[in-house]
Design a protein around this ligand. Structure first.
Ligand SMILES: Nc1ncnc2c1ncn2[C@@H]1O[C@H](COP(=O)(O)OP(=O)(O)OP(=O)(O)O)[C@@H](O)[C@H]1O
Ligand SMILES: [Mg+2]
Length: 279
């Protein structure tokens, strides 16, 4: 029986434009039992690809563990650990030695020392033991979005486990907001959470036809070629920016229509409203 924790996977229908090569490389790496880290600037589509890969791999995993860090909560120690293991730890906790059980319980209930000094080894071993015990029942997929905001103790614990899980069916899939190759920033705490042989994949910008497909799919069909060219150029192929520009262009077009004399403007306004997806 497959188990899932945290928010449900989004419906399969979420359309991912382009990214075939990237998805192929991620697929190969995960099939080999390796880990994947997606990276790129804000809005480039990391979470979208992360969800697509998760949906695909969740099928073959018995347990899917997830966390998605947020900036406003990144100071809370063990929060990611709670998100990842909070609902599943009980399933295997009785297989852990008593000191590990106690340390894990303290961390998951907010009583542990954030510094990881006191009971630090017991807690590190407990996280490793839980992942091993879950993996003994079937493959585990551990998905973490917005790793740039992962709380530091959770990053430390995950890293300790990740470095010792070789040969154990626990695959890690993550996304981090950064414009540069994650390995160049070794001081970043999220890097400690991933095994050194993790495949880091940068999300490139979308091409002009892909931006055009994105806009058409989101209710901005029929934009002029020159407008699409402008949107692609200005957004630099960033899907979030392109969608925002598409919306703005449509609103501007609509405002222009409204200065036309009232009787003649109606059919044009309807056309623009349609083009803007505001039917
Ligand atoms: N390949 C894609 N196909 C279709 N839509 C996409 C694609 N990539 C991104 N989008 C859309 O662009 C927007 C931004 O994508 P997403 O949230 O995945 O970016 P992100 O890189 O995770 O951003 P952030 O750094 O803020 O977390 C969303 O509306 C998403 O649906
Ligand atoms: Mg995201």
């Amino acid at each position: 029986m497959r188990r899932e924790f945290e928010e449900p996977v989004r419906p399969r229908s979420e359309q991912v434009i382009g990214r075939e090569e990237l998805l192929g490389r991620a697929r190969d790496q995960l099939s080999r039992g390796g880990s994947v880290l997606l990276y790129g600037p804000p809005g480039i589509g990391k979470s979208t690809v992360l969800r697509a890969i998760t949906t695909e791999y969740a099928e073959s995993a018995r347990t899917v563990l997830r966390c998605s860090a947020t900036e406003s909560e990144s100071h809370l120690p063990f929060l990611a650990l709670v998100d990842l293991l909070g609902l599943v730890a009980d399933e295997v906790a009785d297989t852990l030695p008593a000191p590990q059980q106690a340390a894990l319980e303290a961390a998951l209930t907010g009583r542990a020392e954030p510094s990881l000094h006191q009971d630090g080894l017991a807690l590190r071993l407990a996280v490793l033991s839980v992942l091993r015990a879950l993996a003994a029942k079937g493959p585990v997929l551990l998905v973490a979005d917005d790793l740039q905001w992962l709380d530091a103790p959770s990053a430390e614990l995950l890293g300790f486990a990740a470095r010792r899980l070789g040969g154990v069916p626990v695959r890690m899939l993550g996304a981090v907001r950064t414009g540069t190759e994650p390995k160049e920033q070794e001081h970043d705490p999220y890097l400690r959470a991933y095994p050194p042989e993790t495949l880091a994949l940068r999300l490139p910008p979308l091409s002009r036809p892909q931006v055009s497909e994105l806009l058409a799919g989101r209710g901005y069909p029929g934009l002029r070629r020159s407008t699409l060219r402008d949107i692609h150029h200005t957004s630099g192929g960033n899907p979030l920016f392109a969608l925002e520009l598409g919306r703005t262009k449509c609103s501007a077009l609509l405002n222009d229509m409204l200065v036309v004399p009232r009787v003649s403007r109606f059919p044009r306004v309807v056309r623009v409203l349609r083009a803007c997806g505001r039917r």
